[in-house]
Ligand binder design. Structure first.
Ligand code: M6R
Length: 609
């Protein structure tokens, strides 16, 4: 999810790649850098902080070169500082590499290289990749061949862009899973992680397919597969304006981010699942801590709180570990009862939410162990927690959170499995869950296939006066998140929670023009849920049911039924139902022609109490 730029041609390259980065700046990156051939070496300028910091360096002296690559970082490995900023040199200072994605096996590779005498300046996986490529290049392989042959050594998602001092007129890049777009100019060629960084120079663009390598010179772009066989590039003319291009051609950031969820899930799992189907979280507590914990308190606001409810369901149901979930604002003023052996888990996308930060400081005063589940690397909550697990969801721009929520829930599941591994819980089938987790990204792709059906339903029901979101067990937790999305962006009042509570009061609100959405992914309570559906319909309400693909018991029960892909882990099935709920909120808001990415009265990061 980092920003990538590259230029080769007759013009002065450094100002161009800097301008390319500027066009991606709206995502809020944390450091930036540029590499360019300079005599018989590669020069690198880089700096932590906003792009303006790099701009100040360039203002003092702009290096003259006709080739340059540039990167703006959204940290995943290592703090956002000067050393961790890209580009990175190899061991010999002959090549410079920028990278988007995560190399899952970088620690193994780093250990091997260190044994051979390599030393590293940063904590990044990227520098390790630079060393791997650099060694092959130093053995006499061309840069293209060195990149190609090194790909077999990397596990994970990546977009690499490399310069070599020995081949100063060439940029080599490679892609697997992380985005990389080529720009075909006249006597000049470019590349970028996203189309907005190409548009001012060329509108002829082509997204590189997975497992391909491209060589850019001023005269042309040559693409091959990992075996060196030619791949024909088919550039298309983009007609988007700059605003549409920032959203990857989508109308809003929210729908773009909903569609990013398969990639986000991959990134969130990257390097954390072992070959023997266990979970290996990096940098968390040592073994004895997991055995000591007697209670978990999960703390967050809004969507993060809803992810916490999923955590409670998981920890109590699967691990039999008592868990409470608190709104940060209630926790901090609530004089909470906290046992010395408890673990406080703070969930936050931004890592800057004022109430969550205050609650964290309260736990620290009480000497309670704290663990952050945070998206923004180096944010206040990430820094101040004893330990942190990053969600690796990339920058989220839409105020209504989508991809951060799914990543938070995936991290909670990984955390749960980590605890299970240390507490010897024979009832928990970690291997089965991990196998299911591996399939999750592909299943999200399938769930996104419901988009047209959801859009039709949303268009037909956008005039709903009120919406109920109901479920049982984990589906009840997801219901809260579905409701929050709808009220945030479509401004439709909602009532949400356990379906069994309906007739204890909320049923009084059901009448003609009311929509009720039921999460029915849990087979053990489906029959009960079907009665709740009937209660709504008997009073004139319309019912939409979300169930798993293998269930036909709901056919004819609801007015509409959506089937999502399911697996063996009920938690993951419930989580999957959030995808159509996100789409439903989005398309209902769109049908009402509302401002989606910046809903009224709300801000992305709530840094005031
Ligand atoms: O950055 P955080 O995760 O700490 O933010 C918490 C809430 O403010 C946030 O989830 C909010 O509820 C979103 N607008 C939900 O879509």
């Amino acid at each position: 999810m980092c920003g990538i730029a590259g230029y080769v041609g007759p013009q002065s390259a450094v100002p161009i790649v800097f301008d390319q980065l500027r066009r991606l700046e709206y995502r809020g990156y944390d450091s930036a850098g540029i590499a360019f051939p300079q005599g018989d070496r590669i020069g690198i300028l880089k700096r932590a902080g906003k792009l303006s910091g790099l701009g100040e360096m360039l203002a003092q002296e702009t290096p003259e070169s006709h080739v340059a690559i540039a990167h703006s970082r959204w940290a995943t490995h290592g703090a956002p500082n000067d050393l961790n900023a890209h580009p990175h040199y190899d061991q010999f200072g002959q090549i410079a590499l920028i990278h988007n994605g995560i190399i899952e096996n970088y620690l193994e590779l780093k250990t091997e290289l260190a044994r051979e005498g390599d030393t590293f300046q940063s904590e990044t996986d990227t520098e390790v990749a630079a060393h791997v490529i650099g060694r092959l290049h130093a053995q006499g392989l061309s840069l293209e061949e060195a990149v190609r042959q090194s790909l077999a050594k990397f596990r994970g998602a990546y977009a690499f862009v490399v310069l070599s001092a020995r081949e100063p007129g060439t940029i080599v890049c490679a892609r697997n899973a992380s985005p990389l777009v080529l720009g075909f100019g006249e006597g000049e060629n470019l590349l970028a992680s996203d189309v907005p960084a190409l548009i001012p120079w060329t509108r002829r663009v082509w997204t590189m397919p997975d497992d391909t390598v491209a060589v850019l010179t001023k005269d042309g772009i040559r693409v091959t597969d990992v075996n060196g066989r030619p791949v024909e590039a088919e550039p298309e003319e983009v007609t988007w304006d700059v605003a549409a291009a920032e959203k990857g051609g989508y109308e809003h950031f929210m729908i773009k981010e909903i569609h990013e969820q398969p990639l986000v899930a991959r990134q969130c799992l990257a390097g954390r699942l072992t070959d023997d189907n266990r979970v290996a979280l990096d940098g968390v507590f040592s073994d004895h801590v997991w055995q000591e914990i007697d209670r978990v308190n999960i703390i967050g606001c809004g969507t993060a709180y809803h992810a916490g409810l999923m955590g409670k369901h998981l920890f109590e149901r699967m691990l039999r570990l008592p868990t409470d979930v608190f709104y940060s604002s209630e926790f901090r003023y609530g004089d909470p009862l906290l046992s010395d052996r408890s673990l406080a888990v703070f969930i936050s996308q931004s890592g800057e939410t004022a109430d969550s930060l205050a609650a964290l400081r309260l736990c620290q005063q009480r000497r309670i162990r704290t663990l952050g589940i945070v998206n923004v690397v180096g944010s206040a909550i990430a820094r101040e927690c004893d330990r942190v697990i990053y969600t690796q969801a990339g920058p989220e721009i839409s105020v209504a959170s989508t991809k951060a929520y799914t990543a938070q829930c995936l991290v909670l599941l990984q955390l749960g499995m980590t605890i299970a591994q240390h507490r010897e819980m024979p009832g928990v089938r970690v291997e089965e869950v991990v196998r299911d987790l591996r399939q999750w990204p592909e299943r999200v792709v399938e769930a996104l296939g419901l988009e047209e059906q959801v859009k039709r339903i949303a268009n037909e029901w956008a005039d709903s006066r009120m919406a109920f979101f109901l479920g049982r067990n984990a589906d009840a937790a997801v219901a809260l998140e579905g409701a929050l999305k709808l009220k945030e962006i479509a401004y439709i009042p909602t009532q949400e929670g356990p379906a069994g509570e309906l007739k204890h009061g909320p049923l009084a609100l059901v009448e003609e023009g009311v929509l009720a959405v039921f999460g029915a992914t849990d087979p053990f309570v489906r029959e009960k849920l079907a009665s709740n559906v009937k209660e709504v319909q008997a009073r004139g309400g319309r019912a939409l049911i979300i169930t798993t693909h293998d269930d036909d018991t709901m056919d004819g029960v609801g007015d509409e039924v959506l089937r999502i892909p399911g697996g063996k882990t009920p938690y993951l099935n419930a989580l999957m139902s959030v995808v159509p709920l996100q789409l439903l909120a989005y398309y209902m808001a769109r049908a009402k022609n509302l401002e989606i990415d910046m809903p009224r009265n709300l801000a992305k990061s709530v840094t005031v109490e």
